[in-house]
Structures are given as structure tokens and as C-alpha cells.
Design a protein around this ligand. Sequence first.
Ligand code: ATR
Length: 288
Amino acid sequence: MEISGHTKVACLIGHPVSHSFSPYIHNFLAEEYGVDLKYTCFDVEPSKVKEALEGIKALGIIGSNVTIPHKIEVMPYLDEIDKNAAIIGAVNTIQNKEGKLIGYNTDGKGFVHSVLNEGYTLEGKHVMVLGAGGASRAVVVELAAHGVGKITICNNTLEKAEGLAAQVKENFPNVEMATIPLTVGSKELAGVEVLINTTPLGMSSRKDLSPIGDEVVPPTDLVVCDIVYTPHDTKLLKWAMQHDLKVVHGIGMLINQAIASFEIWTGVQVDAYEKVYELLLAKGVITR
Ligand code: ATR
């Protein structure tokens, strides 16, 4: 679609942003759904976050993604923050709604959608989450909001897991919460129905690492999810496949968080997961 006087703009703010492939996804979705919108990236120095958000308002930019290191820093400058984003304590999506900036977090929602899209259910399930950092917070809060039965958070630094568990319990009292150290064996996995890695173990330079030892024997009906998407088949997912378990790849969360942002900005209901996946393959961003 040609740029004209009517064309709207959405953007990413982060530091750095040059590695981002969000422009591929959002510009593709705009073309696909006939939305007169272009998406571009702005490298914003940490000292310029406030000015950048004022710029979004002044220029009428319809929405923004927010990435490292600004996901927390943007929050004081927003007019409203969605309830779950406030609990997560980070914003990755801003909507400019008639001059008011509203903050959302679509990371955890993107993860939940990636599991549901594979045909698995989460309601009432016992879910084990490995890691208690920023990504874990987004995933755990949305799992609780979705109505899982129990969440066990495993982390090396146990206090971080305990802090997150207490905060989730306060906001979602129906969800049973537990915490254990990140030394997960066959015994700890007994009764777990969904296992999710949110640590960087298994990611590119650490691709030979897994949060679960090779010798661990999982329950036979366990669904294993990794939010690491490079490589596509992480060591954890290979272990799961060797045990004939169902798996959910990390790319699903990545694509679905972007789709959720696009839906917030445009009001369009997107049904184009496969097309976006093929686009990222064609761009060489991901490998099968
Ligand atoms: P992100 O935003 O990607 O979640 P983060 O907030 O730095 O990144 O969180 C990283 C998580 O992975 C943390 O739970 C961290 O454990 P600690 O809280 O104990 O530091 C975990 N993590 C990072 N490197 C790890 C490693 N080598 N082994 C096990 N856990 C690791």
C-alpha cells in the first residue's frame, strides 16, 4: 500500500532496535488486512523515554511496541495501564487512544494463545514454570488470568520465585501457587501437566544447555513449552520429543504477541498465524 497523506504510523521504541523483525510482521499484517499503516523502529536513549512518549502523542502515532530496556521505564508516563500489565509490572504495547496512552502487555497473552492454538487446554491444569524473571512474570500472570489450577515456579534465586508467587496469589486467589529450586527431576515433575521454560537456557549461544537433565523421565502426558525460539527445537524440546511428548515451540509466543499488539492498535481480528510464520521463515528470521 502506497504511503499517502492518510497513512498512519505505529512503531517500536527500544535501545537497540536494529535486530527487530517486528516491522516485517506489522507491515505484512497491515497489507494483508488493508490497513493504511506503516510500522517503523525508533532507537530511544534511556534518558529520552519521556520525550519519546510525548512524541507519540504529538505526532498522532497510533501505537507502539516497547522493548528492552524501556518496558518498565515507560510506565510512569502512561495515562492508563491495563490490569494484567500492571501486575506483570511491564508494558510491551502502547495504544494511543484519542491522545491518551494506554499500556498493555501482550507477551504472556501471546504465550497462552500459542498453547491454545496447538489444541491444548490450560484451564485447571498444574503448570510448572522454569524461571522467575521478566518473561516468567508475563507468562505466569496470564496463566493465572486464564484460570490454570496450580502454578509451580522454579528458580535458582528462590526469593524471586516466592515474590512472584505471592503477588500472583494476591491477585488471583483461586490459583494454587508453589515454588521450588530449579533442580527439577522426575519426582518434581510427577503430576505436572504443562512444563514451560522461560530461562535463557537453550538459547543460541547456550543451545547445548537445558533446564531439565537428560536422565529425567517425564509424565507420559506432559506438554512441554519453550519460549526460546532460536533454535526452533531447543535441547529441552528435543528431550520432550524423545519421550514422545507434545511440544509448543517458542516462535508461537513471538508471533502471537505481535498479532495481539496489532489487534489492539487497529481493532482488526487477525487470523494469519501461518502466513506470518511463513514470512519469518522466508526472511530467514527463523528456521524450521
Ligand atoms: P527475561 O526478561 O528473559 O525473563 P530475566 O528477567 O533476566 O530475563 O530473567 C532470567 C531468568 O532466567 C531468571 O529466572 C534467572 O534466574 P535467577 O532469578 O536465579 O537469576 C534465570 N536464569 C538466567 N540464567 C540462568 C542459568 N544459567 N541457569 C538457570 N537459570 C537462569
